[in-house]
Design a protein around this ligand. Structure first.
Ligand SMILES: C[S@@+](CC[C@H](N)C(=O)[O-])C[C@H]1O[C@@H](n2cnc3c(N)ncnc32)[C@H](O)[C@@H]1O
Length: 428
């Protein structure tokens, strides 16, 4: 319906790690909490790490169950005026641009870091911000391929130690000060830091035996300070061309409001209980966001019911009501039918607004409403909803679709469904 648009938000902030097996690479009871000073870290790395930068000498990973092989290598990737410490598949490295593009533009001084009172440090808007504005653009400090633990020949503590060891001197103190949320004694300091602050990023992955096998995560000095909410107002996407994370506003944000991302896939963890369990398992904290701290059991039940409705109606194909109306005989005289389709989508938008959910489902319903208003040749309605859909496309860096949508907004009658309610059965 909207040519060229693909869903590109399949990377929850904290990636699932289905291929990690916490127990096969080291004895949990023997894991030490290493509290390295910078110098000690470097000395430890020199003594313990023998892998070379040469890809041919690096460890191989056998995908025993998946029938494939992977060759991982530690690399410091030079980008802009900094270096990113990385453990990546050689093929992924090969696909990175030889020259990275300049940093995307961000709003100047739009954010500040301060104490939240109950969630440690957080990031706050210093001005009113429009939807889809770029709030933060940042290089990672370290990037790691999620599946390195499979037969890599180093313990995970060693791998994280080496990654941290390779972080440039000027970034290391700030990295070591990031929040460490891991249960004490379970992981080394470096592993705790990466696990607590890593965001899922999308990198090109040519040889993935299964898509999940090629997930990557990265730690950022600023973006990793953004707290989680089950009603996120911001979204982060990795831009491979500039090797930066780009954080955008999912909706208008007011001055003083905290910027929040979702660390989990909200389409799959719907009710408060499901979300809380997921966050506890994955991130080791109890979520204190507004949606998880509603004051009464009735409010929680209502919120759960709204979310169930949102995700079940979206899963049941958002565009079906319009298509059904459109394919029915005599549609040009059945504008009441189209009004019912509009009412269906507006009800879903109402639920999403109440829940603070402005993600993919909101995009789908906005796009469906744009189509309905186009069919009725209602310029104001069409532009408003196509504008919302376009904001989501911009947030997800679906640039071609966003450009096409802008063309439609400026010239509504170029949109394929324009006037469909008034055309005869042979119309579009
Ligand atoms: C990636 S860090 C975010 C920045 C962090 N607040 C800091 O001080 O650096 C994740 C940690 O922030 C806190 N946090 C983030 N979102 C939270 C939420 N919704 N409820 C409670 N704590 C949260 C938890 O301690 C979590 O381990």
């Amino acid at each position: 319906m909207l040519p060229g648009f693909r869903r590109d938000n399949a990377h929850p902030a904290f990636p699932d790690r289905p291929l990690f097996n916490d127990d096969d690479d080291e004895d949990v009871s023997k894991r030490a909490t290493a509290k390295y000073a910078v110098k000690e870290l470097r000395a430890w790395g020199r003594k313990n790490i023998r892998l070379s930068d040469d890809p041919h000498m690096s460890a191989k990973v056998d995908w025993q169950d998946l029938g494939s092989q992977q060759r991982l290598v530690f690399r410091n990737i030079r980008v802009g005026d900094t270096e990113v410490s990385a453990l990546l598949d050689c093929e992924v490295l090969r696909l990175l641009p030889t020259r990275f593009s300049p940093l995307p533009d961000a709003l100047e001084n739009a954010i500040q870091f301060r104490d939240t009172g109950n969630m440690g440090t957080g990031v706050f808007a210093t001005q009113d911000i429009r939807a889809a504005s770029v709030l933060l653009v940042e290089y990672p400090v370290t990037v790691v391929q999620n599946t390195f633990a499979l037969n890599f020949g180093m313990t995970r503590a060693e791998v994280y130690g080496e990654l941290v060891n390779r972080v440039p001197e000027n970034a290391l103190p700030a990295l070591l000060q990031l929040h460490n949320a891991q249960p004490s004694g379970l992981y080394s300091q470096e592993e705790g830091l990466v696990r607590s602050n890593a965001l899922g990023i999308a990198l090109p992955a040519p040889c993935a035996p299964v898509p999940a096998a090629m997930g990557h995560c990265a730690v950022f000095l600023k973006a990793s300070r953004i707290n989680h909410s089950c009603a996120p107002n911001a979204i982060a996407r990795f831009d491979t061309q500039s090797f930066t994370l780009v954080v955008r506003a999912l909706r208008p944000i007011t001055k003083g409001e905290e910027l929040v991302l979702s660390y989990i896939d909200l389409d799959h963890f719907v009710t408060r209980a499901e979300r809380q369990t997921r966050i506890r398992d994955l991130c080791h904290f109890d979520c204190l966001c507004a949606q998880c701290t509603l004051p009464t059991p009735t409010a929680v039940a209502e919120s759960d019911a709204r979310r169930e409705r949102i995700f079940s109606t979206t899963r049941a194909a958002t565009f079906v009501p319009f298509t059904t109306w459109h394919q029915a005989p005599g549609r040009s005289t059945n504008q009441g039918g189209l009004q019912q389709v509009i009412a269906f989508h507006l009800a879903a938008i109402g639920d999403m607004t109440a829940e603070g959910l402005y993600g993919y489902a909101y995009f789908l319903h906005s796009a469906a409403l744009a189509i309905c208003f186009a069919a009725l040749e209602d310029v104001i309605g069409f532009r408003a909803w196509m504008g919302r859909a376009r904001e989501f496309a911009l947030c997800n860096v679906v640039t071609e679709s966003a450009a096409e949508m802008l063309k439609n907004i400026v010239y509504p009658d170029t949109f394929m469904w324009w006037g469909a309610a008034n055309r005869g059965a042979s119309g579009a």
